[in-house]
Design a protein around this ligand. Structure first.
Ligand code: ATP
Length: 515
């Protein structure tokens, strides 16, 4: 674990040093849980967004996009339930004065028991060698059984407390299982209280009678309130989806873990409207489609898992998360929810306007049911960075840090480098770059030794480096060097487009999703 934390620290430092992510307003010592994306970060982020957007609106003829405003009429948030129920249970440690989410403390406690069980199993596997039967061991070993029973007991109490919104019981669990504050090491806790996560501001001048409005805590509501506009103007037939990418804001209690939990972040959400009664079928289908989207990136299939929700929101009849193995454990990157007709019905009630769909096949009107896929851009960014960050020991005794980003998402696709800054090599390099820059984001670099230039490109994940030397002037060939293998190959300049194009094509990813 300590080693993992170490890797995470290095990753955060790397993100800053190489222009991926900076703390917000850093010259004033930053702003808690708010971050800015730098010159390389923004390219990676835009590529992630493009990958998601096109996978929705290009691959599905019945999915269209919108871009709604961040400010919405305040009644929206009354109807959605956010004003009354968008709360987290918080608890303070009286000694360290640190604030925590009570549910997160208990989830961490459960994870500790899971860890203990896994360690027992791993130890036994080493002891018994090949004949080891892990499943049998889990069922019969007294120590594993003891941990499992404890875990089940805590889990059952936790789920019940959440479902009953029983704040006193949440605290009691923390007390009973002697959860300590990681900072002070004490068990001196306050009571658990609810805290609303929405930011608010005022619109209009006070003389006009200013209106309290909220910064949206999710993009979904912009889709719901535009459902009829899109359905009518786009002549959409159910089933169909509306996709959107945009900023969301939450006054998170615990602002840790870098861009994993931010107060201003970006979501990519898609609401898919279906006939009531068919929602489970669509829920299953979108779960599969979304997992394929993640896996197509090639970061390792074993790094993803589904996690079904212990507590369903009052409007949901099924919900699961796609979790990714971050340096700090498996964590939610995307939520997939079956939201029934809760949102549309509620907006119908609060607005007094009919939001129904006339289904010509059934010859009846109904309020559509909704399957939602909701993924955070920043968490996806973090998962990709974490899986790509690699420290390598080389045969010649040197080491290198290389970001093995999926080539298609890399901020810079190729670097073009003249071997020396004279003899017409820079001109030749520029000529090559000019012929490729319309299709690929290129970077020109002539400073320092070739070795140093390679390292710089490795550190930002550039999949190809093209070196121009004296021979290039006569035979029109260059050396292409591949990031991951560091292998070099002599190729004619006119082949570059094809070689690079093949590796950075989104089409290849899309084929994996639709197959
Ligand atoms: P968590 O339980 O981690 O707070 P959530 O269940 O509240 O997350 P959702 O409301 O389902 O999250 O939001 C959908 C997605 O938006 C999440 O899967 C995540 O990727 C992203 N997201 C939510 N909150 C944040 C945040 N504070 N910072 C960054 N991304 C976020």
């Amino acid at each position: 674990m300590a080693q993992q934390e170490d890797v995470f620290k290095k990753l955060v430092a790397h993100c800053k040093e190489y222009g991926f992510v900076f703390p917000s307003s850093e010259i004033y010592d930053g702003l808690g849980a708010v971050y800015d994306y730098g010159q390389n970060g923004v390219e990676l982020k835009n590529n992630i967004k493009r990958y998601w957007w096109d996978s929705m609106v290009l691959l599905h003829e019945n999915v269209v996009g919108i871009d709604a405003a961040i400010f919405m009429h305040p009644t929206t948030w009354k109807a959605s339930g956010h004003v009354d129920a968008f709360n987290d249970p918080l608890i303070d440690n009286k000694d360290s004065k640190k604030r925590y989410r009570a549910d997160v403390l208990i989830e961490d406690l459960l994870a500790k028991y899971d860890d203990k069980i896994e360690k027992e199993v791993e130890k036994a596997a080493k002891r018994f060698g090949e004949s080891f039967d892990a499943a049998l061991y889990r069922q019969t070993n007294p120590r594993v059984q003891e941990h499992q029973a404890k875990r089940d007991e805590i889990h059952a109490r936790f789920v019940k407390a959440l479902n009953d919104s029983d704040l006193a019981e949440l605290k009691q669990i923390i007390v009973d299982y002697e959860v300590v504050c990681p900072i002070s090491g004490t068990k001196n806790w306050t009571d658990v209280r609810q805290f609303n996560l929405m930011f608010s501001t005022e619109m209009g001048s006070t003389a006009d009678g200013a209106m309290k409005i909220y910064l949206r805590p999710e993009t979904a509501q912009g889709i719901f309130v535009n459902y009829l506009n899109v359905q009518k103007t786009g002549r959409m037939k159910i089933p169909f989806g509306i996709a959107q990418i945009g900023k969301a804001f939450r006054n998170e209690i615990v602002a840790r873990q870098f861009i994993f939990r931010m107060r201003e972040f970006e979501q990519m959400e898609m609401q898919f409207f279906v006939r009531p009664g068919t929602e489970m079928e669509w829920f299953k289908k979108w779960k599969e489609t979304r997992l394929k989207w993640h896996k197509a990136l090639g970061l390792g299939d074993h790094k993803y898992r589904f996690h079904d929700h212990d507590k369903l929101a009052h409007y949901a009849n099924a919900a699961t998360d796609i979790e990714f193995e971050m340096p700090f454990g498996f964590k939610e990157v995307e939520g997939i929810h079956s939201r029934t007709d809760f949102d549309l019905s509620s907006h119908e009630k609060y607005s007094g306007k009919s939001i129904k769909y006339f289904d010509p096949e059934l010859n009846e009107s109904y309020t559509p049911y909704v399957i939602e896929t909701s993924i955070g851009v920043d968490r996806t960014f973090l998962s990709i960075m974490a899986a790509s960050y690699t420290e390598e020991q080389l045969e010649n005794g040197e080491s290198r840090v290389v970001l093995k980003l999926p080539a298609v998402l890399a901020p810079i696709k190729l670097a073009v480098m003249p071997l020396v800054k004279k003899d017409g090599l820079p001109e030749k390099a520029r000529e090559i770059m000019n012929s490729l820059k319309f299709d690929f984001k290129c970077q020109y670099d002539e400073k320092d030794s070739i070795g140093k230039r390679y390292r710089r490109q490795d550190a930002i994940g550039t999949p190809f480096c093209v070196t121009v030397d004296h021979d290039s002037l006569t035979d029109n060939t260059v050396t292409i060097r591949y990031r991951d293998t560091m292998q070099q190959e002599r190729v004619p300049v006119e082949k570059l487009h094809e070689i690079i194009g093949q590796k950075v094509s989104m089409k290849e990813l899309f084929k994996k999703i639709v197959e």
